[in-house]
Design a protein around this ligand. Structure first.
Ligand code: PGA
Length: 249
């Protein structure tokens, strides 16, 4: 059975005290939907965030990770480092990593493999740019992003994969994909996974939508058959709006 998941990607926001206050505020609001609830603070605050979230059903996850366990990689963070502070899930392939830090499919494939070897769960992000959609090339772009980074994986590995469709033109712009556009893409993605593996895997994988999800549009988007939750940026920086989205199922 696939799970409903709402993950807050805080990006490069919130210092230590802001991180701890936001988690404390989120903890005080009841999760009435039963959706899995995750927050992704910046690396430096993960350990304190993990301690503050203890005893709640909020999972603290990382926004990125390196592809090696240790060594001469100045400024990078490894899976074992994340695990040593309690983190078990990592977001990989966010469009901001692809755009500003030049992460391509080959690098992301390495990172996915490394996360899985370390028994971590991966929220794998992908999505087309506006120029792709306006050229009617969005399905091809998404297909190649998924194929190149994930379709070498074994069937068992898919237990640890969550997909996140994030059209780049909808991220931080206030412009969301319509619920129908999200549904069409999610159904297409589930079909790709079924074709490559089988329907038990495609039916079990959670596919999140990301891109300007807000309390006022979450219910309609999450109401679509193949949308199993959201990856939330801006609206995750406020406890009330984040929990309104968690409770939108
Ligand atoms: P947004 O960001 O909700 O601010 O559009 C989504 C994301 O980048 O995951």
């Amino acid at each position: 059975m696939r799970k409903n998941i709402v993950a807050g990607n805080w990006k490069m926001n919130n210092d230590l005290s802001e991180t701890l206050s936001l988690i404390s505020e989120i903890k005080q609001i009841q999760n009435t939907s039963g959706a899995e609830c995750m927050v992704a603070p910046t690396f430096i605050n993960l350990q304190s965030a993990f301690e503050t979230a203890k005893g709640s059903n909020i999972e603290v996850v990382a926004q990125n990770m390196h592809f090696a366990q240790n060594g001469a990689y100045t400024g990078e963070i490894s899976a074992s480092m994340l695990k040593s502070v309690g983190v078990r899930t990592v977001i990989l392939g966010h469009s901001e990593r692809r755009e500003y830090f030049h992460e391509d499919d080959a690098l992301l494939k390495q990172k996915v493999d490394f996360a899985l070897e370390n028994n971590m769960r991966v929220i794998f992000c992908f999505g087309e740019k506006w120029e792709d959609r306006s050229a009617d090339n969005h399905f091809n772009v998404v297909e190649s992003q998924i194929k190149n980074a994930l379709f070498h994986l074994s069937a068992e590995s898919w237990n640890s994969i969550v997909l996140a469709y994030e059209p780049v033109w909808a991220i931080g712009t206030g412009q969301t994909a319509s619920p129908e556009q999200a549904q069409d893409m999610h159904a297409f993605i589930r079909g790709l996974v079924e074709k490559q593996y089988d329907s038990s895997i495609s039916e079990d994988v959670s596919i999140l939508y990301g891109g300007s999800v807000k309390p006022n549009n979450a219910q309609e988007i999450f109401g679509k058959n193949d949308v199993d939750g959201g990856l939330i940026g801006g609206a995750a920086l406020n406890a009330e709006s984040f929990m309104a989205i968690v409770n939108a199922f």
